[in-house]
Write a protein that binds this ligand. Structure first.
Ligand code: NAP
Length: 333
């Protein structure tokens, strides 16, 4: 079968589209014929060996795919050949077949196309926790959303604009095409991070924030919440637009680790909220997020992903890392 290998940890030159043996499922596994595989920032991290290089190279990459169950091991209960499923392995999804334990399977609802399903189980879970569980967004909040046209960003915007009446969003992205999409999705304001200084722009939109001994905060300018999945230089600037007692959710490092100096904004009482979905495994909120996603899949217009051939993995990951992809990116396998 065809698969995409990570030959060594590092840049995209280490990705190889080649031949691999079709996996033999164990008695407690199912074999899934993959139709589509999804790309996430987690794939860039895995390729770079972040957070761990424990896995010996070469190995087949990919952490999410959708497809059809081809065969079922004799110890497996509750799954049938022909079922439409999403698989969430720790690797091996960039391939024509994957053998996997049923604990890493999700059913795909009949009405949801396999390529569209990929946008939800991980990205929407992340967005759900950030909006409801962690930042506890309220009506009237003003929100700054970095990488708003990305996988997690676009879904976060959709939740904020479809499930709240009075949440204002300033959305950041790097191309005019993405800004157009964000406007169409309801963003109140958009900023091109390549051509504009986002701190200046936010303060122009919502006015200067109260700092130091100035009373109040809620009534001043700036934003109530920043959702920041990019970090890098923005860890030195976001606090300049987050109002007193505001919330700063930091959930990713697409632009690098950055440097967070809390002495700059200590008097503003901003709550820094590092976030990872992993922190909610096995909690009641996990079940709440699952129910939210199921309801959304049943009732809402779903994201149409960018679709590329699996063989183009190298170029597509380059574009993804350069910020030149929009929304969810998937591969036809
Ligand atoms: N904490 C969690 O549980 C969790 C779960 C899932 C994902 N994440 C994190 O969420 C983030 C988004 O993941 P995703 O898969 O949805 O990726 P993505 O947002 O689709 O892609 C990353 C985006 O970051 C933006 N970006 C801003 N500055 C950048 C820079 N200097 N270099 C490269 N990109 C830059 C780019 O958009 P523009 O060019 O348009 O700005 C790019 O498209 C990642 O950091 C990921 O690790 C966290």
């Amino acid at each position: 079968m065809k698969a995409v290998f990570i030959d060594n940890y590092g840049g995209t030159e280490n990705l190889r589209y080649g031949d691999a043996p079709t996996p033999e499922p164990k008695p407690d596994e199912v074999l899934v014929k993959v139709e589509y595989a999804g790309l996430r920032w987690g794939d860039v991290m895995a390729r770079n060996g972040v957070p761990s290089r424990a896995r010996p190279t070469p190995f087949v990459g990919g952490q999410e795919a959708t497809g059809i169950i081809e065969s079922v091991g004799h110890e497996v209960r509750g799954w049938k050949k022909g079922a439409r499923v999403m698989v969430m392995p720790f690797g091996g999804a960039f391939a024509e077949y994957i053998a996997i334990h049923p604990s890493r399977l999700l059913p795909v609802p009949d009405k949801v196309p396999l390529e569209q399903m990929l946008a939800y189980p991980v990205n929407m879970r992340t967005a759900y926790y950030m909006v409801y569980t962690w930042a506890k967004i309220r009506e009237g909040d003003r929100v700054l959303l970095h990488a708003a046209a990305g996988g997690v960003g676009l879904i976060t915007l959709q939740i904020l604009k479809r499930r709240f009446k009075d949440v204002s969003v300033v959305a950041i992205a790097s191309t005019e095409e993405k800004l157009k999409l964000l406007k169409a999705e309801g963003a109140d304001h958009v900023i091109n991070r390549k051509t504009q200084n986002y701190v200046d722009e936010v303060l122009k939109i919502w006015g200067p924030k109260a700092t130091g001994f100035a009373a109040g905060g809620e009534q001043s300018g700036g934003v109530d919440v920043s959702f920041n999945g990019v970090s890098g230089d923005t860890l030195s600037t976001d606090w300049q637009v987050i109002r007193k007692r505001g919330r700063w959710v930091i959930y990713g490092f697409s632009a690098g680790r950055g440097n967070l100096d809390t002495s700059k904004f200590g008097y503003d009482g901003i709550t820094v909220m590092p976030f990872s979905s992993i922190a909610w495994f096995g909690t009641p909120e996990f079940a709440e997020a699952t129910a939210f996603i199921q309801e959304w899949l049943e009732t809402e217009a779903l994201i149409k992903p960018e679709i590329h051939p699996l063989a183009d993995m190298q170029q597509v990951q380059q574009a993804f890392e350069a910020g030149n992809t929009t929304g969810k990116v998937v591969f036809k396998v």
